[in-house]
Design a binder for this molecule. Structure first.
Ligand SMILES: Cc1cc2nc3c(=O)[nH]c(=O)nc-3n(C[C@H](O)[C@H](O)[C@H](O)COP(=O)(O)O)c2cc1C
Length: 139
């Protein structure tokens, strides 16, 4: 499978998730386009079979700014794609990921897996969850 793992992260927590996801997808033989929302090549990303997008909860349950910009720019080009969402949070209950999932469905994409959220810094058990989650998105 050809997968994209694109993330935004302000203190490294969502980045740690993204790195684990990228590592396991590569280890299991997938081709991966990996990088930040700021640097990602939009055409390359929307050409992938599976798009895994990560953002921390920011503002009041919103996407981090650079991911909001990136996602808004590709939103019209993800119809029919499989999309999986992940990110780190602190005090909320995951509203930012539920809202984001509504957006991907309204854009005509399908969910590659239930959104994956990790509280603050991923621990070893969270890293394992990220890896299992990533493998389930490319089945
Ligand atoms: C300005 C700001 C806004 C935040 N807003 C939320 C929020 O709405 N809900 C929540 O659960 N956590 C919120 N957080 C906590 C972050 O999501 C949390 O620290 C997360 O681990 C950051 O991940 P990152 O290192 O990938 O940026 C906020 C943090 C900051 C600094």
């Amino acid at each position: 499978m050809k997968a994209a793992v694109i993330y935004a992260s302000t203190t490294g927590n969502t980045e740690t998730m993204a790195r684990a996801i990228n590592d396991v997808l590569k280890e299991t033989g997938n081709e991966v386009v990996y990088g930040t929302a700021t640097e990602a090549d939009k055409a390359l990303v929307t050409g992938c079979d599976v798009l895994l997008l990560g953002s921390p909860a920011m503002g009041a349950e919103t996407l981090e700014d650079s991911m909001e910009d990136f996602y808004s720019a590709i939103e019209g080009s993800i119809k029919g794609r499989k999309v999986g969402l992940f990110g780190s949070y602190d005090w909320g209950d995951g509203q930012w990921l539920r809202d984001w999932e509504d957006r991907i469905k309204n854009a005509g994409a399908t969910s590659a897996a239930e959104p994956l959220m990790v509280h603050l810094t991923p621990e070893d058990s969270d890293i394992e969850k990220c890896k299992e989650w990533a493998k389930s998105t490319v089945k």
